[in-house]
Design a protein around this ligand. Structure first.
Ligand code: IPE
Ligand code: IPE
Ligand code: MG
Length: 239
């Protein structure tokens, strides 16, 4: 197990694109929703593990603004899982002192789910352990558009001078305001793309892709990603 004493450099902020639930189910001739169920179980387990490694912020991509395009049956199955796991994981995450926050446009969810989201954030608000951002109905383009609208409104209504706008003005209006940029972005399921995840924030993130499907992404798989991260030479444009 990797932890603060393993002599490895532990990234401060890790993002994970949890992909491959559907293919995991297909390989077993099971419905896609079963893949999501195992994926949700893994989410709960791996989050607790990561919280013990010294990672300060974990951002998990659970549902994108584009995922509404899926068949209604699949979207409904995902929404029920979210409800179920929000309640269940509250207990586990309390033991690990994990602070849960949701990023994305919550207004699209049904009232029951919105209520659960609010409750989970509320009970966790004073926790001091790892910050867990769950990206749900999250899309970076949407996030950036939202920030642009806020800035435009500040120009129009509050006398903000367009010439004085800085990168900080953009960053402070993103869902991730105040957080460090992700150091490492992991994608399971073998694709090499961001699929609208943290586009602005990932300018200098290290990208790690593994063929392992999300329900199979266990502790050793996370450790492997950290080992590989430790081999990277981050230059940030310098030499
Ligand atoms: C990721 O698994 C979960 C969500 C996007 C909600 P997928 O459902 O995308 O699984 P694959 O990529 O079809 O295997
Ligand atoms: C990205 O996976 C979104 C999440 C993991 C929540 P997708 O399966 O939606 O991405 P694409 O369609 O392969 O790019
Ligand atoms: Mg996918």
């Amino acid at each position: 197990m990797i932890d603060k004493d393993s002599g490895l450099h532990i990234p401060e902020h890790v993002g994970i694109i949890m992909d491959g639930n559907g293919r995991w189910a297909k390989k077993r001739a099971l419905p896609r929703s079963v893949g999501h169920k195992f994926g949700a179980q893994n989410f709960r387990k791996i989050t607790r593990y990561i919280s013990k490694t010294g990672v300060k912020v974990l951002t998990l991509y659970a549902f994108s603004t584009e995922n509404w395009k899926r068949p209604l049956e699949e979207v409904s199955a995902l929404m029920s899982l979210f409800k179920q796991y929000l309640v269940d994981s509250l207990t586990d995450f309390r033991e690990d002192d994990i602070k849960v926050v949701f990023i994305g446009d919550k207004s699209a969810f049904d009232p029951k789910l919105r209520e659960l989201i609010q409750e989970s954030e509320e009970v966790a608000k004073d926790r001091k352990g790892m910050l867990l951002n769950i990206a749900m109905n999250y899309g970076s383009r949407d996030e950036i558009l939202r920030a642009v609208k806020m800035i435009a409104n500040d120009v129009k209504e509050h006398g903000l001078d367009p010439e004085s706008i800085t990168q900080n003005d953009i960053e402070s209006r993103l869902y991730t305001a105040g957080l460090p940029d992700p150091d490492l972005i992991i994608r399971t399921g073998g694709e090499f793309r961001l699929s609208n995840f943290l586009l602005y924030q990932s300018a200098y993130s290290e990208f790690y892709s593994t063929e392992t499907l999300w329900p199979d992404f266990h502790e050793e798989e996370f450790d492997k990603a950290i080992m590989e991260y430790n081999q990277r030479n981050r230059r940030f444009g310098g030499v």
